[in-house]
Design a protein. Structure first.
Length: 189
């Protein structure tokens, strides 16, 4: 299996074919991205067997939800990766709910996991060039604001989940995220 996607593979066409019920298109997507999606899931979950289950669930979701893909909101390949990433992050969250830890340990693990997930996601999407630009911009943010962004956009937490985790008012969390996104945009411009 090649390390990079075939440059002439048409992901959008394959998703349209999946939406129309053509199984060979799903098989083509699996052969094209299955190994890389497994790598993403495995980096998030740190367990190959669970990662394989997530990849299976990812392709089931792709098959069922291909009709909902909207090319105006992003690339087909990116959409596939977001399906896998969200399923893997949900599995991590579900596991955490089963394991009780004290608040200080949970906060430390959240910060570590947010940064690790950001690095893993960056590597999985081969965003080295853009990470070179966004990394210093993220470092310029106050740690609490940076963590809000990472919780929201890397871990996929809702604003209310972030507010609970940080023990901060919901409005404050929303404002931090909004201002931080504006600061990142200005930094990257």
């Amino acid at each position: 299996m090649p390390n990079r996607p075939a440059p002439d593979f048409d992901y959008e066409a394959a998703l349209r074919e999946c939406a129309a019920g053509h199984r060979p298109a799903l098989e083509a997507l699996y052969h094209q991205e299955g190994a890389r999606l497994l790598g993403v899931a495995q980096r998030i979950l740190r367990d190959r067997a669970r990662a394989e289950d997530i990849v299976h669930d990812t392709f089931v979701n792709i098959w069922k939800r291909a009709v909902s893909f909207d090319g105006t909101r992003g690339s087909a390949r990116g959409w596939m990766y977001s399906v896998a990433r969200n399923l893997a992050l949900n599995a991590v969250r579900d596991e955490r709910r089963e394991t009780g830890v004290d608040d200080d340990t949970a906060a430390a693990l959240d910060i570590r996991d947010s940064m690790q997930a950001w690095h893993d996601t960056r590597d999985a999407f081969e965003w080295r060039e853009s990470a070179g630009r966004i990394g210093p911009c993220l470092e310029q943010l106050e740690p609490v604001r940076r963590n809000c962004l990472l919780h929201a956009y890397v871990e996929g937490l809702s604003h209310s989940e972030i507010a609970q985790r940080l023990e901060a008012p919901l409005g404050t969390v929303k404002a931090w995220i909004k201002r931080s996104l504006k600061a990142l945009k200005e930094c990257l411009a």
